[in-house]
Design a protein around this ligand. Structure first.
Ligand code: SF4
Ligand code: SF4
Length: 88
């Protein structure tokens, strides 16, 4: 399930450099996650890094984008061709 950033975001920018997939960018009013690049950090970390660093818990799983672990790992592999995932 890709994450999304809710309106709680105070645009502190802490999450952007933590994303292993460069999925986070500054938007007009909040930071935003490209759902096609978000793998819930699967492939790189055991937990969602953006959610861990956010001071206001703005990144949340998006229930409209339910994806299995297998699908998320497949996304990661497409984003990092030739690399070996650190999680399975
Ligand atoms: S959950 Fe992980 S992959 Fe998804 S946006 Fe947050 S840091 Fe990036
Ligand atoms: S860490 Fe949280 S508050 Fe800061 S930009 Fe990211 S989502 Fe917004």
């Amino acid at each position: 399930m890709a994450y999304k950033i809710t309106d709680e975001c105070i645009s502190c920018g802490a999450c952007e450099p933590e994303c292993p997939n460069a999925a986070i960018k500054e938007g007009e009013t909040t930071y935003v996650i490209d759902p096609d690049k978000c793998t819930e950090c699967i492939g790189a970390f055991e937990s969602s890094q953006c959610a861990e660093v956010c001071p206001v818990s703005a990144p949340q799983p998006d229930p409209d984008r339910k994806e299995s672990r297998e699908v998320l790992l497949g996304k990661w592999k497409k984003l990092h061709p030739g690399e070996t995932p650190k999680t399975t």
